[in-house]
Design a binder for this molecule. Structure first.
Ligand code: ARG
Length: 499
């Protein structure tokens, strides 16, 4: 279309046609929000028609053109600075200048913010679903291994015996918080900036609530300047993902270590071999899960650095912020799914674990607790058991300096230590048979039945809680998905009433 002065009336190409064209364009990366943009366009056009800002027949033509653009796909879009410009051009190419009415009462600024939120909310729900899968895997392991005794570590050294169930539920609980953080972020992502236009609102009588409703957003971002400028929802999402990735990295590291020690056997599906050493079975997938913490914190750091110091209201820097969030959510969701599979298919070696559970005199704390329960101040009990450990170590190695790292103390060693430290026989305080029992890793676990402890009955209530938390989060996820689907159906129904 040519204007009175002979110029091209569609002036978007006046700028950005030069050598920086591809640097300026986000069209390729915007494939991620192609579907979101079509939804946002449709909701906006329906609202414009309902408000009488465009005619019903004009809306019908635009909506028909959008259907054609959808069928042709992102790959067929004309060149443009971004998907928003390219779709508008495609619509105008299809139906002529009336297509330009689509951009009435809006800007790419509120449009892009709406598209990112629209897409990210689905990605966050996928991330949530992945955490639920992993929680289910961990709860499954816990259910099977309530009585499988294993060594527990501090400083990577054998510390106290625990169970595989207790270990698995420790990660299940951490992941519950990761799920909660993602759902919490979702609540602030799922708000509509549409109607903010460039940042300063519009002279048209738009209905912001209506576009929000048609797009399944829970509410409107009120202040138009905030709506266009804010990307804290990206930083918050990446933050939640980075914390989740940190949880995953610890879980992966534990499993790498346990596999190395023969405590757990990873399924071949989650292992890899060496190109030169034919005997090798390596826990590569878990190493990659562990590494995803790098992707996630890179995403968060990329976002915070890009967003820092940006003035109000819109700056093109924002275009480069978005991909950080996509990379983080993709990496972390995939890592979570892989971790879920690795956990669900691993086999725990009960015999190896039982043999290792008592290593390093890991029952020492239980013996000290026993003495303390029979009246000795805990500090004195600690001293008796420390001396017993030392004497036992001397017996094995002959070196006074060596500590009981490998060898535990037996009842005789505790008796000797009691005589040495207390000047009284052990039996004055406690039946040596009880000491014998406290030295047994399985009995030691059973005796730690405080809330949250590893004793089977304490673990049973943790398992119950894991089950109900999982059910609650599954229904929270289903509710959110259902409300997005209902909105998509409503929008589709509105669109078909025009075309
Ligand atoms: N593609 C841009 C982005 O991702 C949106 C375009 C807004 N452009 C502008 N010059 N105001 O942020």
């Amino acid at each position: 279309m040519t204007g009175e002065d002979g110029s091209d009336v569609v002036r978007r190409d006046r700028f950005s046609g030069g050598p920086a064209r591809s640097f300026l364009s986000s069209l390729a990366a915007d494939e991620r929000i192609f579907a979101a943009d079509l939804a946002v366009d449709r909701a906006h056009v329906v609202m414009l028609a309902e408000r009488g800002i465009v005619g019903d027949d004009e809306a019908a033509r635009i909506l028909t053109a959008l259907n054609i653009v959808e069928v042709n796909g992102h790959g067929s879009l004309p060149d443009g600075e971004d998907v928003h410009a390219a779709i508008e051009t495609a619509v105008i190419d299809e139906i002529g200048p009336v297509g330009g009415k689509m951009h009435t009462a809006r800007s790419r600024n509120d449009e892009v913010a709406a598209c990112i939120r629209h897409r990210l909310r689905e990605d966050l729900l996928d991330a949530v679903e992945a955490t639920l899968l992993l929680r289910e895997s961990l709860a499954g392991v816990a259910e099977e291994h309530v009585e499988t005794v294993m060594p527990g570590f501090t400083h990577l050294q054998p510390a106290q015996p625990t169970t595989v169930a207790h270990w698995a539920l420790s990660y299940e609980q951490a992941l519950r918080r990761d799920t909660a953080r993602l759902l919490d972020a979702y609540g602030r992502v799922n708000r509509s900036p549409l109607g903010a236009a460039a940042f300063a609102g519009t002279t048209f009588d738009v209905d912001r609530e209506r576009t929000a409703e048609l797009l399944g957003f829970d509410e409107v971002v009120d202040n138009a300047m905030d709506a266009a400028a804010a990307r804290d929802f990206l930083a918050e999402s990446a933050g939640a993902l980075a914390v989740l990735a940190t949880t995953l990295s610890g879980l992966a590291e534990d499993l790498v270590l346990f596999a190395n020690r023969g405590y757990v056997d990873l399924s071949d599906d989650y292992s890899s071999t060496s190109s030169i050493m034919p005997q090798k079975k390596n826990p590569d997938t878990l190493e990659l899960v562990r590494a995803c913490a790098g992707d996630a914190s890179a995403g968060l750091d990329g976002l915070l650095t890009t967003l820092k110091g940006l003035p109000r209201a819109y700056n093109r820097d924002l275009q480069r912020a978005t991909p950080h969030a996509w990379r983080a959510v993709d990496a972390v969701t995939e890592a979570t799914e892989v971790a879920a599979g690795a956990v669900a298919t691993a086999t725990w070696s009960e015999a190896e674990l039982a043999a290792a559970a008592g290593e390093g005199f890991s029952t020492a704390t239980g013996v000290a607790d026993l003495l303390a329960r029979h009246g000795l101040p805990f500090r004195t009990a600690h001293e008796v058991v420390a001396v017993a450990a030392q004497r036992a170590a001397e017996r094995t190695s002959g070196s006074a300096a060596s500590h009981a790292a490998e060898q535990g103390a037996d009842v005789a060693a505790v008796e000797a230590a009691a005589a040495e430290v207390l000047d009284e026989p052990l039996s004055t305080y406690v039946d040596p048979a009880a000491v014998e029992a406290a030295l047994d890793p399985a009995r030691s676990v059973e005796s730690r039945d405080s809330v949250g402890g590893p004793a089977p009955e304490a673990v049973a209530s943790q398992l119950d809680a894991a089950g109900s938390a999982l059910a609650a989060d599954e229904s929270a996820l289903a509710d959110r998905r259902a409300s997005l689907e209902a909105a998509a159906d409503e929008l589709a129904a509105e669109v078909s009433s025009y075309v």
